[in-house]
Design a protein around this ligand. Structure first.
Ligand code: PXG
Ligand code: PLP
Length: 445
């Protein structure tokens, strides 16, 4: 029996929970104590369908023994070894495997891998590489970064500075010299779009305007999520990413795609780069990299960016950046086992096969009370509800609690319900998800 079933819950006081209303949660906790396949088990011993792949990360489903065993074996063999002026084989092996499947294929050349421990660290790493690269090629005046409204790039100071989620920024001093593109969410023109919305490619021209305002010679890089995730699932308008790429090319600005959510099969291709056919200079990943089973992130850098750092004396450290746990042996073992599962089960393209069923199931929720938009792409969906006057977010939060009590985990941001189930989901489980969610939406006032 699970050690934490109800009646055996530890005190909740000491854990300061992240991004959580701590007092509200601790007064009425929702605890998960086990997981297998598509389902969690709650502390009151109920089965809960995982509509969110944990937090966009458990792409191969829960409780994968091969990952657990690989981690266990690795910890017994070599628990830790530094990657700073020392090395251990499994980190190189994992990097080679990732390079062989790098976003955009061999032609894109994104085959130099920097390991981190999270998406936030991947973002800060990519931003620092961008600055250092511009200096390395004699473009040291490029000290500005461009992000986008409604972007989420984790919680490091770099990530919140380029990010565009107001609550994540408000309390904190930010990096200087950062500016933002407008977001692409446009309900008046694009409500209930399937896949990429038709309207909004011209919003990429915001970058041209910022170039005019600040001067191209001051801008190091632009970072966007190919599909904005945390902020409520915003697929890019048709032609938008292509336009960003061409403006970057024109002005010597690096383009960074944050694929922490879209990486590893979420859209039906291994990466969003493959899905949209637009090549960035750097790509950040985490989450699905290890199926969420071990904290790890990876930045894919264009080989020519890496090469630009290999110019000085050989004895010189080329990038003054890194983490104690960069390339942690157990994380690499988890990652290699995860890639084996993705390959054996065809999971990195499975969302493409399921997408028609998924999209129809989600758009069938149109017409339910308060639903003002439904957005879908790959195996992701957002159901946006009209906010209550004076209480934004409360309606979706109630739907989230209702779903949990009735056996479904969803994720809520503002008044948008986001869905991103493990890529192993079966059509019958899509039906189950829709049935719990629609019942909840009918109950919420
Ligand atoms: N970039 C993107 C695009 C992300 O989605 C991060 C960076 C940061 O990763 P870490 O591993 O540092 O959390 C993320 C993380 C939500 C939610 O509610 C999404 C994330 C994190 C927390 C909540 O959708 N994504
Ligand atoms: N703080 C102190 C005092 C440290 O010694 C270190 C690393 O050695 C860090 C922070 C950074 O930790 P990490 O390398 O795990 O990011």
């Amino acid at each position: 029996m699970n050690a934490y079933v109800e009646g055996n819950t530890p005190a909740l006081d000491s854990f300061w929970m992240p991004f959580t209303a701590n007092r509200q949660f601790k007064a009425a906790p929702r605890l998960l104590v086990a997981a297998q396949g598509m389902y969690y088990r709650s502390a009151d011993d109920r089965q809960v369908l995982d509509g969110t792949a944990g937090l966009w990360c458990v792409n191969a489903g829960h409780g994968r023994r091969a990952i657990a065993e690989a981690v266990g074996r690795q910890l017994a063999e070599l628990d830790f070894a530094p990657s700073l002026q020392m090395g251990h084989p499994i980190a190189f092996e994992f990097a080679e495997r990732l390079a062989a499947m790098a976003p955009g294929g061999p032609d894109a050349g994104l085959d130099r891998i920097f390991f981190t421990n999270s998406g936030s660290e991947s973002v800060d790493t990519a931003l620092k590489i961008a600055f250092a690269y511009q200096r390395a090629i004699g473009q040291g005046t490029r000290t500005r970064l461009i992000g986008r409204e409604r972007g989420y790039h984790g919680v490091g100071f770099g990530g919140i500075s380029v990010g565009g989620m107001v609550n994540n920024r408000r309390m904190f001093p930010l990096l200087p010299g950062v500016d933002h593109l407008r977001h692409t969410h446009d309900l008046t023109r694009n409500a209930f779009s399937r896949g990429q919305p038709a309207h909004g490619a011209e919003l990429a021209d915001d970058l041209e305007a910022l170039v005019t305002l600040h001067g191209a010679e001051t801008i190091a890089a632009v970072i966007v999520e190919p599909v904005a995730g945390s902020t409520g699932v915003l697929p890019p308008p048709v032609g938008y990413l292509e336009r960003l790429r061409s403006i970057c090319d024109r002005h010597g600005i690096l383009l960074i795609f944050d694929e922490v959510i879209t990486g590893f099969g979420r859209l039906g291709s291994p990466f969003a780069v493959d899905h949209f056919g637009v090549r960035p200079d750097l790509t950040t990943t985490a989450k699905g990299l290890t199926n969420g089973a071990f904290p790890m992130g990876a930045v894919f850098a264009r080989r020519s960016i890496y090469d630009a750092f290999m110019d000085g004396p050989e004895s010189q450290i080329d990038l003054f950046h890194g983490y104690t746990y960069s390339g942690h042996p157990a994380a690499c073992a988890a990652g290699l086992a995860t890639l084996d599962i993705y390959k054996a089960e065809g999971l990195l393209t499975r969302a493409a096969d399921l997408s028609a069923v998924w999209v129809d199931a989600m758009h069938a929720l149109r017409g339910l009370p308060h639903v003002i938009d439904i957005r879908t792409i790959g195996l992701v969906a957002a159901i946006e509800l009209a906010p209550r006057a004076g209480a934004p977010g409360s309606r979706a939060y109630e739907a989230f609690v209702d779903c949990f009590e009735n056996g479904l985990l969803v994720r809520v941001t503002g008044d948008t319900i986001a869905l991103s189930p493990p890529l192993i989901i079966e059509p019958a489980q899509i039906d189950e998800l829709v049935s719990v969610l629609s019942a909840a939406l009918k109950r919420v006032q």
